[in-house]
Write a protein that binds this ligand. Structure first.
Ligand code: SF4
Ligand code: SF4
Length: 266
């Protein structure tokens, strides 16, 4: 949570590691309770969307339309989505209520990390490329006045970030890898569409895989095929592996030029 503006302003030279220690506690008794769920600019990861759409009983296309806004991740030139705010003057996250987050168990990765930020998912260049952590340090957050002490590793485990990061690992690696590309190497619009499809619109990507000639060019065994029909996480991992092959290995036989744009199959 926390606004992008504040996150960018507060990126400190101190890079936290897994062993770095800090004092923090967030609970309903703090005077600032839920303040960090307003004015946010949360970049959603692919696994965030898989969890959230399931929780809300929506398909990925419906979730994207109702709850997200598209952006371009600076430096990578990749399309990403953020959680849309309420347009009722409060600028709140749509999931916050007086007593907290209504989907707390499935809250996005960035909400779990807070008050830490993760450099690899920041919008701008200043955050740099590596997976280090930093304090967001928003002035309204009173959690730092509490006495509970954590290492970064303990905080991640406590907040269930480990699982989120494990599922997103290859995708994060792809984003970080793209950042290191020279600025003059541009992805085609079709490649960006494919990145967006795999990353965020998993149900549409499934239709693309099964309703086009995709599997003729990317053959998989019968067991994998059956799994990809129903398992979003397996399909995401499969899709990211394929994306890496078309984005970073231009000599691969399955290059972006060979891929029928998903719109064409509708
Ligand atoms: S998803 Fe939940 S924790 Fe995250 S900003 Fe919204 S209400 Fe807060
Ligand atoms: S202590 Fe910080 S994280 Fe907790 S509710 Fe207050 S602003 Fe949000």
């Amino acid at each position: 949570m926390g606004s992008e503006k504040n996150q960018q302003a507060q990126i400190e030279p101190v890079r936290l590691t897994f062993e770095s220690r800090f004092k923090f506690k967030c609970h309903p008794g703090v005077s600032c309770f839920t303040e960090c769920c307003r004015g946010t600019n949360i970049i959603l990861t692919p696994y965030d969307i898989i969890r959230l759409k399931k929780r809300l009983d929506l398909d990925s296309e419906q979730f994207l339309a109702i709850y997200t806004e598209p952006h371009i991740l600076e430096k990578t030139d990749l399309p990403v989505v953020t959680l849309k705010h309420l347009e009722d003057g409060t600028d709140s996250c749509p999931f916050v209520r007086e007593d907290g987050c209504i989907l707390y168990e499935d809250r996005p990765t960035a909400c779990r990390y807070y008050p830490l930020g993760v450099a690899s998912l920041q919008h701008k260049e200043g955050a740099d490329d590596e997976g280090f952590f930093f304090f967001i340090n928003e002035p309204h957050c009173k959690g730092f006045d509490e006495s509970c002490e954590w290492s970064v590793a303990e905080w991640r485990e406590d907040q269930g970030v480990d699982l989120m990061d494990e599922v997103n690992a290859e995708w994060t690696d792809l984003v970080v890898h793209k950042r290191s590309f020279p600025a003059n190497i541009k992805l085609t619009e079709q490649a960006k569409q494919m990145f967006f499809l795999v990353s965020y619109n998993i149900d549409k990507f499934r239709r693309f895989v099964f309703d086009s000639t995709f599997l003729e060019r990317m053959p998989v065994d019968e067991e994998t095929r059956e799994k990809l029909k129903t398992d979003d996480v397996a399909l995401l991992k499969f899709g990211v592996k394929w994306l890496k092959s078309i984005l970073f290995n231009p000599k691969d036989p399955n290059t972006a030029e060979d891929i029928t744009a998903p719109e064409a199959m509708e």
